[in-house]
Design a binder for this molecule. Structure first.
Ligand SMILES: [Zn+2]
Ligand SMILES: [Zn+2]
Length: 344
């Protein structure tokens, strides 16, 4: 099968023939229909480690963890899934029966194998092996393109849940990448009075408005907290950090009010420094949110199916295998694109 293969930090992915996966016990093989490029894929492809605290990707890795596809092979003990069903899945294979798996956090399972990080190939490929316990059927109202956007919606929903929002609050979302945009969508959905998104890229701020932001701030031209206070009449009750660069956690602390809440969703893979006394004297509640619960993945699917949420505005374009490596390289620098999907 064809796949986009990673070889070394900073080098472009190459399209190659690799072995097509087969099922074993408790898993499925899908024909991938589409897979989104995630900011973390772009980071991982350039990461030399060990300064990031994470191991660099092994040569030969096939990334891609935001996907939808059609079942082509059902393994033994893979439940009642059938060939031909359109599905998406959480990007790991876990045991499905331990306490972590049963409570919806299978990525904490001692036997979990992450897809797309080296051990198990991801969805920048024609076929992919997924765990039956991690798989979700896509209902009629969710096509393959939207199915591939469930994962980033679930990441954002997990962050929103960590923020413990109450209807009528005012939220600042730092960063209008896919996760920041999805946070804006959820914050609007859950009834926030002000959903204000800051970013440096005008194209992304325009998308934020289409995704539900009540106002946006161009952080390159305007003072973020000054603009927020003019719009909302106060500092943000909650700051959701979706940038993940050194310095952004300090900014979130600076923006938060006394007793405020901060949720960190940005994946910062570099050393950072901040002044804890700022958070201490403000008595901030700072939460870090990672991955998602099974229930959050399912809720994103159900609400899309009922037409109550729509991630459509954050889709920039789709590309085929031939254009894929160059598109992937360009996205490391050009931040005007938002969600780009590989159609396999
Ligand atoms: Zn992702
Ligand atoms: Zn388990």
């Amino acid at each position: 099968m064809r796949a986009a293969v990673y070889h070394r930090p900073g080098a472009a992915l190459t399209i190659e023939q690799v072995a097509t996966p087969r099922t074993s016990t408790g898993d499925l093989v899908i024909k991938v229909r589409c897979c989104g490029i995630c900011g973390s894929d772009l980071h991982m492809a350039d990461m030399h480690g060990p300064e990031s605290g994470m191991a660099p990707l092994p040569a030969g890795t096939v990334m891609g963890h935001e996907f939808a596809g059609e079942i082509v092979e059902v393994g033994q003990h893979a439940g009642d899934f059938r060939v031909g069903e359109l599905v998406t899945a959480m990007p790991y294979l876990a045991c499905g029966s331990c306490v972590a798996c049963q409570s919806g956090v299978g990525y904490r399972c001692a036997r979990a194998v992450y897809s797309a990080l080296g051990q198990e190939r991801g969805a920048f490929a024609e076929y992919m092996r997924i765990g039956a316990a991690e798989t979700f059927r896509l209902p009629a109202g969710v096509d393959d393109i939207r199915g591939a956007m469930v994962e980033p919606l679930a990441v954002a929903l997990h962050g929103i849940n960590a923020a413990r929002l109450a209807a009528g609050e005012s939220v600042l979302i730092m960063g209008a990448g896919p996760v920041g945009l999805a946070c804006a969508m959820w914050a609007r959905f859950f009834g926030m009075r002000d959903v204000i998104v800051s970013d440096y890229v005008p194209e992304r701020l325009a998308m934020a408005e289409r995704m539900g932001a009540t106002a946006t701030v161009d952080a390159g031209k305007q003072n973020v907290i000054g603009s927020f206070k003019r719009e909302a009449g106060k500092r943000p009750d909650v700051v959701i950090e979706c940038v993940g660069l050194p310095g952004t956690q300090q900014l979130a602390m600076d923006y938060a009010p006394m007793g405020g809440r901060i949720v960190i969703l940005g994946v910062c893979m570099a050393q950072d420094r901040f002044t804890p006394v700022k958070a201490l004297t403000k008595e901030l509640t700072i939460s870090y949110a990672y991955m998602y619960r099974r229930q959050e993945f399912q809720l994103a699917i159900d609400l899309m199916d009922r037409g109550r949420i729509d991630p459509g505005p954050m889709l920039t374009r789709t590309v085929g295998f031939d254009e894929f490596p160059a598109t992937f390289e360009a996205m490391k620098r050009d931040k005007t694109a938002c969600k780009v999907l590989l159609l396999t």
